[in-house]
Design a binder for this molecule. Structure first.
Ligand SMILES: [Zn+2]
Length: 218
């Protein structure tokens, strides 16, 4: 059957790297959520202080539900921090808060890669919902052009993942400029960056697999 044929092997290296990345971010977060920043500022206070320094006083910082659900929402100009990050003064919390402020600064300064990334969001979200429907239908109904639509959509997802990399690295670089306890923060943000690299590798190997499959069907 299609999903279990030998082309699955193409995915294995990227899946192993991805598992290592997940392990690394969890263990690093675990370590640095227990080490507190010397000044005792919470994630919220760190975010507000960096925003003030960059004259971005109109950006709101609010608490949101979930674990590691932290993000910057460009439409409402709000940084949403998960409860632990918002109210804790651990190095993990401060690093994540500073990273999200990095995204707010990117938007305010019209950082070019984030403009491209935002433009690709609709393609990526439509693609991630529908790509396998096109591929499966194409195979079951023997309509190669449907499979090709799936491959095309998946290429859009891969492009989105690749453009996300400089955006994430740059947000962390901006965060580190503003943080004092660099060593722990660097380790935290590097582990987070590794998960983005791993996700991109998984997407690329899935695209290669899809291409291999669609060629074989012809
Ligand atoms: Zn980010």
């Amino acid at each position: 059957m299609y999903l279990f044929d030998s082309s699955f092997l193409i995915l294995i290296p990227a899946l192993i790297i991805s598992a290592i990345a997940q392990f690394k971010i969890k263990s690093t977060y675990h370590k640095y959520e227990k080490i507190y920043s010397k000044k005792g500022f919470t994630g919220y206070e760190v975010a507000k202080a960096i925003l003030r320094e960059n004259n971005l006083n109109d950006v709101k910082v609010l608490e949101t539900k979930g674990k590691l659900s932290d993000h910057y929402d460009p439409r409402s100009n709000i940084i949403r921090l998960s409860r632990d990050v918002y109210s804790d003064s651990s190095i993990a919390s401060c690093s994540i808060a500073a990273h999200e402020v990095g995204h707010a600064i990117q938007h305010a300064s019209n950082y070019f890669p984030i403009t491209i990334r935002d433009a690709l969001v609709p393609v990526a979200s439509f693609g991630s919902k529908s790509v396998w429907i096109f591929v499966m239908l194409g195979i079951f109904l023997s309509i190669p052009s449907l499979v090709q639509v799936g491959v095309f959509l998946f290429a859009g997802i891969v492009l989105f993942q690749i453009v996300t990399l400089p955006v994430e690295f740059n947000a962390s670089r901006r965060a580190l400029v503003n943080l004092e306890e660099m060593k722990g923060a660097k380790k935290m943000l590097r582990a987070a960056a590794f998960t983005y690299v791993a996700a991109t590798l998984v997407a690329i190997s899935q695209l290669i697999r899809l291409l291999a499959l669609s060629n074989r069907r012809r």
